[in-house]
Design a protein around this ligand. Sequence first.
Ligand code: SAM
Ligand code: SF4
Length: 458
Amino acid sequence: MQKRVYIETYGCQMNELDTERMLRILEGSRYVETKNAGEADFILINTCSVREKPEHKVYSALGRYKGLKEKRGAIIGVAGCVAQQEGSRLLDRIPYLDLVIGTHAIPMLPQLLKKIETSGERVCETVYDQDGEYLKAVLPQKPPDKVKSYVTIMQGCDHFCSFCIVPYVRGREKSRPSREIVEEVKQLAGMGLKEVCLLGQNVNGYGRGLEEKISFSELLERINDIEGVERIRFTTSHPKDLSEELIRAFSKLPKLCEHIHLPFQSGSNKVLKAMHRGYTKESYIEKIDRLKKVCPSIAVTADVIVGFPGEEEEDFEGTLDLLQRVRFDDLFSFKYSPRKGTRAAQFEDKVGEKVKQERLSVLQGMQRGITLQKNQECEDRMEEVLVEGRSKQSAQDVTGRTRSNKIVNFEGDMSLVGKLVSVRITKAYAHSLRGELVASQCRLQNVDCGMKFSKSVT
Ligand code: SAM
Ligand code: SF4
């Protein structure tokens, strides 16, 4: 008999992809997805512990589903970073929880579920897998009804930034062999997907520890050669490992989109040192300047933390100065959140909550203005847009993204989905652009559609 699974996901793209993988694995073993927790036989909460806020949400979600356990006997599970970190302590703390499954144990999900179903036992599996089995592709059984997909190229992290829990909950850095990645991308392209986003905590460290000698830029070249793939993106890069070879890839590879997400975390060298980031504000700016020289139309986004222990007013001013100098297209900003087990959690000169909040508001206010200006710079331009689906705002509109990753809404029908079209930008908003369709075909580097590609090495 078919059963229904509901997965609630918190956190980053890595978690979104893990959720997709778990759904695909379960579809192969009697489960179908439901979007309604109330009718699910298995409820799984895929958690994030990078900051305190998403971690708290996990506990309140569990509280919400307690009733369903009592009413329908649903199996309740926790996956992801909190599961990896807390392990069997979660079973002790939450008596109605049946399953705790860590970040490397995803391929074991069907057998763990079977054990619970047949024996009624409560199960915890947080093994670290040395063979990379957890990195293997799990392809959809039928062509998915979307135009883009994440592809994991590596997992874990060896950087140990002093604030970050990732190396403790995702394990050491491990790259997937390039032939597996290329094969997965070919299969996705064969199913009609047009865009891939290569995922890892630090993708520009790709290749370390593999038997084959391959750099991240070489991997990009191989993916650029795959027929059917129209666009390539990647996230996240570490500024320390951003090589000249990768910078030049932006001018060389036609399918590589003109966008980089390059978290800087702070604009103060004193704070960067305490964070153990391995670069300075000046070297970060030099890399951005180099990227903009090689690829003038590149969009730059980043992550930043305010209120790290020891951050004084002048350090924060340094962060604001970096915002003004780089003029990021968008920014993900966070208040520092102490994570148990990390080095920074032991640091003394903590910044008070009120100051953290004030700094976050100032920074976000400044960035809102810059983002709007950057969006306004797109007005009257022609942009290549990959159409993703119906717009949430209007039934007459479709939505898609520019190569620089900006959202564009414009009037059009669903026959455009999956196509690269040419759109004139008519109006910029804080979080999106409005446009009008000019041509329902837009070939890469086609000067006729007005695209300004800067694919020449400087
Ligand atoms: N690997 C990426 C890098 O090195 O930039 C970042 C991955 S982390 C999952 C995503 C973002 O969460 C970080 O860039 C950082 O801004 C934020 N973050 C991580 N730990 C944090 C903490 N303890 N408090 C606040 N923000 C944090
Ligand atoms: Fe965390 Fe630093 Fe690794 Fe990024 S590079 S995942 S911030 S330890």
